[in-house]
Design a protein around this ligand. Sequence first.
Ligand SMILES: NC(=O)c1ccc[n+]([C@@H]2O[C@H](COP(=O)([O-])OP(=O)(O)OC[C@H]3O[C@@H](n4cnc5c(N)ncnc54)[C@H](OP(=O)(O)O)[C@@H]3O)[C@@H](O)[C@H]2O)c1
Length: 290
Amino acid sequence: MTTADNGATFDVLVVGCGFMGSALARAFAGSGLSVAAWNRTSERAEALSEAGVVAVSDLAAAVQGTDLVVVCMASYDNVYSAMESIDTWRGNLIVNLTTATPEQSDSFARWAAARGIEALDGSIFNYPFEVGTPDAYLVYSGPLSAWMRGKSVLELLGPSRHVSSSPGSSSELMLGMVAYLVPAISSVVEATTYLARRGMPREVLLGVADYLTESLKKAMRGAVDAIERDEQDTDQATLENFAESVESALVAFAAEGLNPRLLRATEDTLMAARDLGLGERGIFAQTKVL
Ligand SMILES: NC(=O)c1ccc[n+]([C@@H]2O[C@H](COP(=O)([O-])OP(=O)(O)OC[C@H]3O[C@@H](n4cnc5c(N)ncnc54)[C@H](OP(=O)(O)O)[C@@H]3O)[C@@H](O)[C@H]2O)c1
């Protein structure tokens, strides 16, 4: 393993060289920064040498030579266990891009403050291959002073936003959006499986899908307004209309021998709202049964 010389200095130290951490290190190095990288399994850090990244084995020494530490690991337990080897900090700025709960982010901010470190919590909404391109999307939360300190380097990873001074905000945003994105992707799989079984031509399917993707953008704005204002009346389509279409879809999927679990969960939610007397309201009224 290439070990940084004692006293070596770097613009940024990346801790954790999995799929995402490796992409972060490559993007920093590709922007002309001097980059050190540490990983539990040293081979993954060493593999970054072709991108000009220096693999380091002594994390405590690397922290002394680098102001900005960017951490991206599988879990916060991994983060704390990696940091255990560091007795002395030099007032670093540590940016933790490990996915977390808001509580974990708050605890990490306290852990950092106790060591005289400025901390930012971040969430990454893109895939590793999009890091360092305009297609990336990263959000950060934590003290504004920490954001201002790291901003110019962090923006090299792609479009980046500081959303709040509250440490847990970026985690809240990520986990809330997980509830949107992951079921949305799973529902794409359900819909596509049914339509492929029915022999729907690819270009027809994709044409309607493109149109509906735009509808989904409008739905997000509509939901935000309806929930913020607590107004779920409609003159367009009632919750009952949606429930009936879901029931029909379930019949069609069953006839094809399919068991669309996500669609059934959607039916459950709509039925619960209908049972509460919300059938004549708009679809966003299902917020009342969460
Ligand atoms: N991949 C994505 O598309 C994506 C998108 C957005 C956010 N993220 C977030 O980015 C973070 C990293 O994800 P990833 O995709 O890079 O995962 P990954 O490829 O599985 O890498 C996991 C990293 O955590 C380290 N690690 C795991 N267990 C460890 C332990 N017990 N002690 C020390 N280190 C340990 C791994 O080290 P070893 O190599 O030694 O195992 C590796 O550096 C996660 O929080 C994830 O939610 C990922």
